[in-house]
Write a protein that binds this ligand. Structure first.
Ligand code: 5GP
Ligand code: MN
Length: 330
């Protein structure tokens, strides 16, 4: 059975008729995923719903300042009963994580999917998918306004974090005048902009910077100069006592170099898989590039995971990125 795209009105109606709601974001959660889950969770609690916020991975240290982060349950899907599942910021089921990705198939659950990724693999009985949105946080903001829910300062902080992180601090071209209008509203509600940006960008765990040093030592360039990449192995993580979450943002150092169009990060995961982050600057569609390797994302930020030999994977991915950067049709 296929399901059509829905309006915010449909989503609001589905939420109103729900009683016990599980809200999930994606694996290795980022600011948009966590901020959106926590803001929506608080809003639905305000409506008197029984809400569980959960996901397979814990809240990264860098997001510990988010209000109500202690309500986020990391680990296996909760046992307690819920009638509705809201999935945020997940373009494909597998982004929910191996223990959660079967939940949307469970017959007794109403599944509401709210996302900003384009793609053919969307799922859910109700789908609000807006690829033009700079962050799912923008959609949650619109939904709360539509539902006339009072946005508390705690929710505003979560939504601001979702939007500021997914827009690269309002630098990416996904940022629109409506992004700034929504954020202006959040600031009027009292969001301490400077404090949050210090938390996000000036209070990095030491391990993040030690790992950055190690990763920069691996920086390599294609002969055309348009592709740059860095590598993080398990060994490097161990040496600086860093965790997987400390790789967040490293890929920007590959892209942020004169003449580079595509920046990559190869991150060796526990168990041998390689996570690849793709970022582009002006013209390469990295969503298409990542799709060649089973992943996806947005046109300027995408990712995938591949099992296999690191060097071999690196050669294949870099070759594809070089072709794309030279303007070849893939
Ligand atoms: P990151 O490099 O920060 O892990 O991911 C960048 C973006 O790419 C994410 O926001 C998400 O949209 C997308 N993405 C990352 N990994 C995957 C993946 O394995 N599959 C798909 N479909 N999208 C991914
Ligand atoms: Mn997002």
């Amino acid at each position: 059975m296929t399901f059509p795209m829905n309006s915010l009105e449909d989503i609001a109606r589905a939420i109103k008729s729900a009683e016990r709601i599980l809200i999930c974001g994606h694996i290795m959660p980022d600011g948009d995923s966590l901020g959106s889950v926590l803001a929506l969770g608080s809003a639905l609690e305000q409506l008197g719903k029984k809400v569980i916020m959960a996901g397979p991975d814990p809240v990264p240290q860098i997001y510990e300042f988010l209000p109500n982060k202690e309500k986020f349950r990391a680990g296996k899907p909760p046992e307690s009963a819920y009638d509705t599942l809201i999935v945020l910021d997940c373009s494909v089921l597998k982004r929910l994580g191996s223990e959660y990705c079967d939940l949307p198939e469970q017959n007794h659950l109403t599944v509401i999917n709210i996302d900003h990724h384009a793609g053919p693999d969307s799922f859910g009985h109700y789908r609000y998918i807006e690829p033009q949105a700079a962050a799912v946080g923008e959609i949650v903001f619109d939904l709360l306004e539509f539902m006339q829910i009072d946005i508390t300062l705690e929710m505003a902080i979560c939504l601001y974090t979702a939007i500021v992180t997914d827009t690269g601090s309002f630098r990416y071209n996904s940022t629109t005048s409506s992004t700034h209008r929504r954020v202006a509203r959040l600031v009027e509600l009292g969001v301490p902009v400077s404090r949050i940006n210090v938390n996000l960008y000036e209070e990095k765990p030491r391990a993040s910077n030690l790992l950055l040093g190690a990763a920069l030592n691996t920086l390599s360039f294609s002969s055309c100069g348009k592709v740059a990449w860095m590598t993080v192995t398990r060994d490097m993580l161990r040496k600086v006592r860093a965790e997987d979450e400390h790789t967040e943002g490293l890929v920007n150092y590959s892209r942020g170099i004169k003449g580079v169009e595509v920046g990559l990060l190869f991150h060796e995961l526990e168990g041998g898989k390689i996570r690849i982050s793709f970022r582009s600057k002006e013209y390469v569609d990295v969503m298409c590039l990542a799709a060649l390797f089973g992943g996806g994302g947005h046109s300027r930020a995408a990712g995938c995971e591949i099992a296999g030999n690191l060097k071999k994977i690196q050669n294949e991915v870099v070759a594809a990125a070089v072709s794309a950067a030279k303007g070849k049709v893939l």
